[in-house]
Design a protein around this ligand. Structure first.
Ligand SMILES: [Zn+2]
Ligand SMILES: [Zn+2]
Length: 668
């Protein structure tokens, strides 16, 4: 059997916040299953990842918290590394894009593409905020998507149609820092000739018939709509400096340097192992490169990143893309900004990592979105992992412990049912392995659970408690060993635990995958004391977890939760006139006010004054509006500011000018 060389990467997580359960199942747990399996197969597989530490959101967080961007990424890099570690994600290297070596590598990559004439300089118009005195990078601008007209989209990508955006293309654009309307100003930027790669990409993707249909079709239709050259630099001081004398104050766009991080992480791994040239085996010699990503990352990995690699030349193109759809939480879309999210560190502090790995893999959102529900989590763990998998192992081994003084009895004769059992054991590594090789993780898990179910049925039919049957116990012990090996990519901690109870040599991870199909436990072998593999999840554990982490989150979404501002000078108070009043569709206490601000136009502001004012009281009335707050979403509606009110004895009392003034007048 020839060994294969495989490089597996997981999407670089963005170091601007902790990881949630959606991240975990998106690009990390399936990748880890895949990698652990190929290690068992004896393939030369390398698993790299790293935190993506550049880009504007990190600078926004740094400004807000009054710390340096480096402090922000240090904190989250560490937090993510810890969470991956606890979840059992077995990276060979987890790097960071702020490492000097990565900066140097990205600059060399840029220089090489430029030498190959795929990069050019162009004077362009970019949004500039005169109030904030700065160019506004993509994420600092929000507006209407020019492709699908979805409102309030970020300037880098439309969440509705998935298209990549440039801030200057957006309609009704506004600065997210001050809500002002950006001007267009001239600045010089460097562009990547993506348009020149349409034909090559098209041909290459068509050849890749082993890709999943969703990635292939999505990418082909993207290309057929026409690829445009893309700016790869921006006016910012946080990132990889553009390595040119006439590019002072500009850095490489984060999307450009991040995927190069896959190469840098491989180089760093090679250096750490003392063979600094070994990275070339994966990037320049024959090797299958597999990228595990979330679905929003598909075009980057099927179009832009391959085009960058083609432009550079000399490096392998991706061989496979494995992407996942989104995970919702208790039926609702997860949103870190609204606080509706289940953090990985929270759930891992209460539940064993294998339980979470099992549940997430069992609802793996590979083809369509799926939902994380704590009740279902409890149900699946108790009814599948505990009642089928754990039960089989515990039951047969306890029987051996009690009836046979922990010694595996000798084989007598095989009857028909025993032959079925033998066949199951023989086929197990092939069946589970084939599913993993084909990225069908959910089916792989079903094969695994099918084995456990078969074990239970077998034990039940054989009734070893009635008629002493040493062959039955012998085969059950061997199926247990098989289960330990084939479950190890999915449930690494439990598999090792089973291995220890069976008192087999070394670690389960030292085994060859195909040996799972053998009868590896001989008669006369003695097992160790049997322990429960998993405990049932009780109702109160779920309730208590919900109270601490989920219900709390739901209550946070209250109207007082407005964005903070720095000091009074910066409060943009204006006089506004209420033009329309609607009830908030999802909140009893809230109104959606349409407030006119003169020349600036109308805005929607959400106010919790429904108990105190009727619609008629409000229409035509003047109010004081805080106009430069970051827009905030309250139960599905966006508020662009807030109105000032005093707390009177009978409730809220709105402030208004003593005499009518033109709407839009400044206050202060
Ligand atoms: Zn759109
Ligand atoms: Zn601004």
């Amino acid at each position: 059997m020839t060994s294969e060389r495989i490089l597996v990467t997981s999407a670089l997580p963005y170091a601007n916040g902790p990881l949630h359960v959606g991240h975990a199942i998106g690009a990390y747990i399936p990748a880890d299953v895949y990698v652990r399996y190929h290690r068992f197969k004896g393939n030369d597989v390398l698993f790299v990842c790293g935190s993506d530490e550049h880009g504007t959101p990190i600078t926004v967080t740094a400004e807000k918290e009054g710390i340096t961007p480096q402090k922000v990424v240090d904190k989250y890099h560490k937090a993510m590394e810890d969470a991956f570690d606890r979840l059992g994600i077995s990276f060979d290297n987890f790097s960071r894009t702020t490492h000097t070596a990565h900066h140097r590598n990205s600059q060399m990559f840029f220089a090489k593409i430029r030498d190959n004439n795929f990069i050019y300089k162009k004077t362009v118009q970019r949004p500039y905020c005169t109030q904030c005195n700065r160019f506004l990078p993509d994420r600092f601008v929000k507006g209407v998507c020019p492709h699908c007209n979805a409102e309030d989209q970020r300037g880098d990508q439309c969440e509705v149609c998935g298209k990549q955006l440039e801030p200057h293309e957006m309609e009704n654009a506004y600065c997210i820092l001050c809500c002002g309307k950006p001007q267009q100003r001239e600045t010089e930027h460097w562009f990547f000739r993506l348009s020149e790669f349409s034909d090559r990409l098209m041909e290459w993707i068509k050849e890749n018939k082993h890709w999943p249909d969703n990635a292939r079709n999505f990418s082909l239709s993207w290309i057929s709509e026409g690829l445009e050259d893309r700016a790869i630099t921006r006016d910012l001081n946080w990132g990889v400096p553009v390595p040119l004398d006439d590019a002072k104050g500009k850095v490489l766009y984060v999307w450009f340097d991040a995927p190069i991080g896959y190469i840098s992480a491989t180089q760093e791994w090679a250096k750490k192992t003392g063979k600094p040239d070994d990275w070339k085996k994966y990037w320049m010699n024959e090797c299958k490169i597999v990228h595990f990503i979330g679905k929003d990352n598909i075009p980057f990995h099927t179009i832009i990143w391959p085009a960058m690699l083609m432009a550079h030349s000399g490096y392998n193109l991706p061989w496979q893309i494995s992407s996942n759809e989104y995970l919702t939480l208790e039926g609702k879309k997860m949103s870190t900004s609204r606080g509706w999210v289940l953090w990985l560190h929270d759930i891992l502090s209460d539940f064993d990592p294998d339980l979470l790995r099992y549940y997430l893999l069992s609802i793996n959102p590979a083809k369509h979105d799926s939902d994380f529900s704590l009740k279902e989590f409890q149900h699946k763990i108790n009814n599948e992992l505990v009642a089928a998998f754990g039960n089989f192992i515990n039951r047969n081994l306890s029987f051996i412990e009690k009836q046979e003084s922990s010694v595996i009895p000798k084989i007598e004769e095989f009857d028909e049912l025993d032959e079925q059992m033998l066949e199951r054991i023989r086929e197990a590594p092939k069946k589970v392995g084939k599913c993993i090789e084909e990225f069908r993780f959910l089916e792989a898990l079903k094969e695994l659970m099918g084995l456990a179910h078969f074990g239970n049925e077998y034990f039940q039919k054989k009734e070893p408690w009635k008629n002493k049957n040493s062959t039955t116990l012998y085969l059950c012990a061997n199926l247990t060993r098989t289960l330990a090996i084939v479950s190890a990519p999915f449930l690494p901690y439990s598999a090792e635990k089973i291995w220890k109870i069976l008192d087999l040599e070394g670690s389960v991870f030292d085994e060859q995958w195909n040996s799972a199909g053998e009868l590896g436990i001989k008669e006369g072998h003695m097992i160790k004391r049997v322990e429960l593999l998993f405990n049932k999840i009780e109702d109160d554990m779920i309730d208590e977890f919900k109270t601490r982490h989920i219900n709390k989150v739901e209550n946070v979404i209250e109207e007082k939760d407005y964005a903070e501002f720095l000091d009074f000078e910066k409060l943009g108070l204006k006089v506004g006139e209420i033009k329309d009043v609607r009830n908030h569709p999802n909140a009893d206490k809230l109104y959606l006010l349409k407030i006119g601000l003169g020349e600036e136009g109308d805005r929607q502001v959400i106010a919790g004054i429904r108990a105190a004012y009727s619609r008629d009281d409000l229409i035509g009335r003047q109010v004081i509006v805080v106009s430069n707050l970051k827009p905030i979403e309250l139960r599905g509606e966006v508020s662009y500011g807030m109105i000032l009110a005093a707390e009177g004895e009978e409730g809220v009392i709105l402030l208004k000018p003593d005499k009518a003034v033109p709407a839009g007048s400044k206050v202060g």
